[in-house]
Ligand binder design. Structure first.
Ligand code: F3S
Length: 389
């Protein structure tokens, strides 16, 4: 691989152990993937920082980088941790707070911006054609497909290494020639007959190449976010070219196949029938946007208070300050708000019989992680269920 003089110095250890180690990771991974050079990145997002997912080996790796003077060389944000940072949630279990705090101290020492969210584009939306090194599958596919950023799905070691060096390897989705939509996917009609996450789960499972999705212009960006996160969960996708949305010049189209999604097949992707009394309504995977919070608030005002089960909404930590009034009112109406975390990267304090969620990604992971029945529903359906309407 070709390295500039500066990159050679980094690799040789002229800037210290942490940068040399980081450069070694980037070069090794890049060479394995056939990269011929490195590319400068403008924003790194590190996904694996929750103690409940990375465990003690991940903690030790991050601490060692911090102790040996590793510092962010580029704007770097982080994914949710395994605790509710507001400390007010009665649903999320904060018993791993001691370990999570050790990780957080190291991340702070490395000068990362501790947003603890999977919607880092809320803090810094990427520009079309900008190179990034992001982890977190839902954020990666959103950056590539909605903003036209150029990023692969990076695991934590590569993202951390990219933060310390400011570079990543130039391969995969960093090259325009690999950003080609090959399967035209036409949306079902009517579009919103089943909860929208089911469409993403279906595409992820059934389409292997980069899809060119048509017919999504009339739904909200939050619904598109839900579809993309769901397809990234069920199918490892990192880019979908979306007609009328993905910025021009960041993709090509060379169609080989056309597929039409039909509503009757989507029924298989909304989860099975549920039973039991202990119900949790969950919204906020990926983390709720301000518009989604407002929508929940509007529905709560319309219907009153929760009478059955519990409701959890997950948001970025900063929203507690930015949307304080709305959050206080939601809490007063019985909604549990957890900040900087989510049930996929943390634990519950209690066992639920079933979960109703609007998120295809949450359905995909919660069933596997918490061994609980999960069903997809629209936000209004979830609220009505909990209000006993
Ligand atoms: Fe975010 Fe957790 Fe879902 S990190 S995308 S809320 S699984």
């Amino acid at each position: 691989m070709y390295l500039t003089v500066e990159q050679e110095k980094m690799l040789r250890g002229d800037y210290g152990w942490a940068i040399a180690k980081a450069m070694e990771i980037i070069v090794r991974v890049g060479e394995a993937l056939g990269a011929e050079e490195l590319v400068k990145v403008e924003h790194v997002h590190v996904s694996g920082i929750s103690y409940s997912t990375i465990g003690k080996y991940g903690l030790e790796f991050i601490r060692e980088l911090a102790l040996r003077a590793g510092k962010a060389n580029v704007f770097t944000t982080v994914n949710p941790g395994c605790i509710d940072y507001s400390g007010l949630s009665r649903i999320i279990d904060n018993s791993l707070a001691g370990y999570q705090k050790l990780i957080d101290e190291s991340l702070e020492k490395m000068r990362f911006k501790l947003v603890y969210t999977c919607i880092p584009y809320f803090y810094r939306p990427p520009l079309p054609g900008e190179h990034l090194a992001w982890g977190e599958s839902s954020a990666v596919i959103f950056a590539n497909s909605i903003y036209g950023g150029f990023t692969n799905r990076e695991g934590s070691p590569v993202a951390l290494a990219a933060s310390l060096t400011g570079y990543t390897y130039k391969a995969g989705l960093h090259l325009l020639e690999n950003r080609i939509g090959r399967v035209e996917v036409k949306m079902p009609a009517p579009l919103l007959k089943v909860p929208i996450g089911a469409i993403g789960l279906w595409i992820g499972e059934n389409i292997k190449a980069i899809p060119y999705i048509r017919g999504l212009c009339n739904i909200s960006l939050d619904e598109v976010k839900n579809i993309l996160a769901s397809m990234a969960a069920s199918g490892n996708h990192a880019l979908a070219v979306i007609e009328g949305i993905t910025p021009r010049g960041t993709f090509k189209i060379e169609l080989e196949e056309q597929v039409e999604v039909e509503n009757n097949v989507l029924e298989d992707y909304i989860g099975g029938e549920y039973s039991g009394d202990s119900i949790l309504g969950y919204i906020g995977c990926p983390h709720s946007s301000p518009r989604e919070l407002l929508e929940i608030w509007r529905l709560m005002r319309k219907y009153g208070r929760i009478r059955r089960g519990k409701m959890l909404v997950t948001i970025p930590v900063e929203f507690t300050k930015l949307y304080r009034g709305i959050i206080l009112e939601l809490k007063a109406r019985g909604v549990d708000i957890a900040t900087g975390t989510c049930p996929v990267v943390s634990k519950f304090r209690e066992k639920f019989d079933y979960i109703l969620t609007n998120s295809g990604k949450a359905l995909f992971y919660l069933e596997r992680i918490h061994r609980v029945k999960v069903k997809l529903a629209r936000v209004e359906e979830i609220v009505k269920e909990l209000f006993g309407l």
